[in-house]
Ligand binder design. Structure first.
Ligand SMILES: Nc1ncnc2c1ncn2[C@@H]1O[C@H](COP(=O)(O)OP(=O)(O)OP(=O)(O)O)[C@@H](O)[C@H]1O
Ligand SMILES: [Mg+2]
Length: 245
């Protein structure tokens, strides 16, 4: 099933067309990689889906009912099931991994639930599952501030998964990670994408190869090529504008 359908979207910043008649469809479940040169519009694509940036033209249709996200606020879009991971991890450094995951779970229940919130046995079970899913079981009682950069990224992914998004958007997760951390990150994104849509922007080709998924190449705000990594890396235009630099 098509979960997200971006169609004919254009965005202009001060006369510069950053997104140009962009059309992309993402299925559910699906893992999708988005690559392309600096300034291609990859991050802006995510900004449009999350409602941070408003397109001048085009539609962003979501779910079974094909509701247009362009007409919704950022918080309505998040509530509809779209989670986004930014480059810089935003975890609560003074709190433990367990407390961070716990807060993410309670946020899911909304602002009123937070007031009278107490972790139930089911919540504690879910926290353990989430920690296992992102590989932080051994770190549950550690301060988030004491985690490595990669572990903080995984914690943040765990906190997003706690909200149970239907679509998870991840912008350059491998930046600043060790090779072992990168490997773990591809594993956890692949696992997360078994039950939901996950879109990953990344420049690291080794990382993209390991994701082993459909790849969309953006260039000057449009799709230049799409298909398997082998397919797009054979494309002469892709070599000219991105790979051959
Ligand atoms: N809020 C904004 N105001 C003005 N220009 C912007 C804004 N956001 C993005 N741009 C411009 O739009 C173009 C696309 O930027 P974007 O950040 O989407 O590229 P990207 O593909 O994510 O690049 P990178 O690989 O470097 O992260 C760039 O030329 C950028 O300078
Ligand atoms: Mg970017």
């Amino acid at each position: 099933m098509t979960l997200l359908e971006v169609s004919g979207v254009s965005v202009t910043f001060d006369g510069f067309r950053a997104i140009n008649n962009l059309s992309i469809a993402i299925g559910e479940p699906e893992l999708r990689a988005v690559i392309g040169p600096n300034g291609a519009g990859k991050t802006t694509f995510m900004d449009i889906v999350t409602g941070k940036t408003r397109p001048d033209t085009g539609r962003v249709l979501w779910g079974e009912l094909s509701v247009d996200l362009v007409k919704m606020s950022e918080s309505q879009i998040a509530k509809a099931g779209i989670g986004r991971k930014f480059q810089k991890p935003t975890v609560f450094e003074d709190q433990t991994v367990r407390a961070n995951l716990s807060m993410a779970l309670k946020n899911k229940r909304g602002p009123f639930a937070v007031l009278a919130w107490k972790a139930t046995a089911a919540d504690n079970q879910r926290i353990v599952e989430l920690a296992d899913e992102v590989g932080l079981t051994e770190r549950l009682e550690h301060r988030a501030g004491d985690l490595s950069h990669g572990q903080k990224q995984w914690l943040e992914i765990g906190m997003l998964l706690a909200q149970d998004p239907r679509l998870l958007l991840v912008d350059e997760p491998a930046a600043g990670m060790t090779p072992a951390e990168r490997e773990h990150t591809t594993d956890l994104l692949k696992r997360a994408a078994q039950t939901r849509a996950v879109v990953v922007i990344e420049h690291d080709m080794e990382f993209i190869r390991r994701l082993d998924c459909r790849v969309t190449v953006l260039h000057e705000g449009s799709v230049l090529a799409e298909g398997s990594l082998d397919h797009v890396t054979k494309n002469q235009q892709v070599i000219d504008v991105y790979l051959g630099r």
